[in-house]
Design a binder for this molecule. Structure first.
Ligand code: NAD
Length: 414
């Protein structure tokens, strides 16, 4: 199976070939600007010492400060972080916000740490990457396994070392600490707008579609809820523990409440059948939203996908091999850098609000998000139609093209 980094590099190659960029510029765009690897020593609650591995990669800074999430996951490694950072570069350029791309991570399973241990890991990791982050340098945000509490600890650690409060160093913070209204649901809301744009274009009424969502986390949980509230029938969802299915539909809000009250997984929720994560991808639905990890749709299962629309809530869920199979079968894939860009869009709004110390209403945030998602979708779809490209290649061509332009215009130092 193609790794995340192999996928990202192959996708870049396709965009480079459509754009006709020379090999030197191709190499520049394929190479991360900075990769920082740090040791994160953790004193466990029982007094023992463990050393974790942490990363922060700034893929590209040509259009502005770097931007991208921080992931706490046991399988995170430098290559995965490099791929995720590259996708952030194209995503920010595609939706026209003035950032480069970055990503960070710690190879740890947050579920096996106590809250105090998590706080110590976060603060130590934040102080190790502090030389390269900052509101004008690189602005982290939540990703898999991290949340607004993680961001509050990073903001506090950075501020204590700086000697004053620096809210703009991270986004996805609690609203009480300079976070933005609407940020918590922004990625999911964006996924919904992307899905609706694709359905509308194909002449499909969204109130008649059945949806399966893989990964009932921050992105997938609220995406399922928003899609349900808008009239779609969400028939299956999953998390790391497995999936649940009810052909008559699930109630995502009730399921989220069930998890908030202490359930560890969606599996076993009353009135549902259990399915595996792989079975969920092959269910008879109209829209599939992969919203967990990379590489879940690959050469081995793409032919079995029955959905007509794949809307990528996750980053990199479809490998290039799977992309080819899905495209040949006429499945519309709304690519990650477009479909899940609502998160970084509202992170940008949060950063702007922090820098101005002037905050917007939730309606204003949501209206601007909707407008940005719809115009970005329209731009990608137009280019795809004009040049006979898939939505993925069209989105990459726009994103990569803007970054290539920035490099050409700035010139090479020295
Ligand atoms: P999260 O940690 O809140 O949720 C991840 C979900 O995936 C959880 O339900 C978890 O149980 C499930 N999961 C983990 N491993 C799994 C596995 N092996 N099989 C099936 N399910 C598994 O993370 P999130 O922030 O919702 O991120 C999900 C995806 O969306 C990632 O690809 C992330 O990069 C991407 N993304 C997140 C944001 C954001 O704002 N949080 C923005 C853009 C893209």
């Amino acid at each position: 199976m193609q790794s995340a980094l192999e996928s990202a590099l192959l996708q870049l190659e396709s965009a480079v070939s459509v754009l006709g960029l020379d090999e030197g510029l191709h190499q520049l765009l394929a190479t991360p600007r900075r990769s920082l690897e740090v040791a994160v020593p953790l004193r466990r609650d029982d007094g023992t010492l463990e050393v974790l591995q942490g990363y922060r990669v700034q893929h590209n800074l040509s259009r502005g400060p770097a931007k991208g999430g921080i992931r706490f996951h046991p399988r995170t490694d430098l290559d995965e972080v490099r791929a995720l950072a590259m996708w952030m570069t194209w995503k920010c350029a595609l939706i026209g916000i003035p950032y480069g791309g970055a990503k960070g991570g710690v190879a740890v399973d947050p579920r096996r740490l106590s809250r105090n241990e998590l706080e110590r890991v976060t603060r130590r990791y934040a102080s190790e990457i502090m030389p390269i982050i900052g509101p004008e340098k690189d602005i982290p945000a939540p990703d898999v396994g991290t949340d607004e509490q993680t961001m509050a600890w990073i903001m506090d650690t950075y501020s204590i070392h700086s000697g004053y409060t620096v809210t703009g160093v991270v986004t996805g913070k609690p609203v009480s600490l300079g976070g933005s209204q609407g940020r918590a649901g922004a990625t999911s809301r964006g996924v919904m707008y992307a899905a609706f744009s694709a359905l509308r274009e194909a002449g499909v009424d969204h109130r008649r579609v059945r949806v399966a969502v893989q990964g009932f986390g921050k992105v997938g949980g609220l995406a399922a809820q928003y899609l349900h509230d808008a009239g779609c029938c969400v028939v299956a969802v999953s998390d790391v523990g497995g999936g649940i299915y009810n052909p008559r539909g699930l109630d995502p809000a009730a399921l989220l409440k069930h998890l908030r009250s202490g359930a560890e997984t969606v599996v076993g929720y009353p009135g549902t059948d259990t399915v595996t994560n792989s079975e969920l991808l092959e269910l008879d639905v109209d829209v599939l939203v992969p919203a967990a990890l990379e590489g879940v749709l690959h050469e081995g299962n793409a032919a079995a996908v029955r959905a007509r629309f794949v809307v990528e809530g996750a980053n990199g869920p479809t490998t290039p091999d799977a992309d080819k199979i899905l495209e040949d079968r006429g499945v519309v894939v709304v690519p990650d850098i477009l479909a899940n860009s609502g998160g970084v869009a509202v992170s940008y709004f949060e950063w702007v609000q922090d820098l101005q110390a002037y905050f917007w209403s939730e309606d204003e945030v949501n209206d601007r998000l909707k407008a940005l998602m719809e115009s970005s979708y329209a731009e990608v779809s137009q280019l795809a139609a004009d040049k006979g490209l898939s939505l993925r290649t069209a989105a990459q061509v726009i994103g990569v093209g803007r970054v290539a332009d920035a490099h050409r215009t700035r010139g090479l130092y020295p």
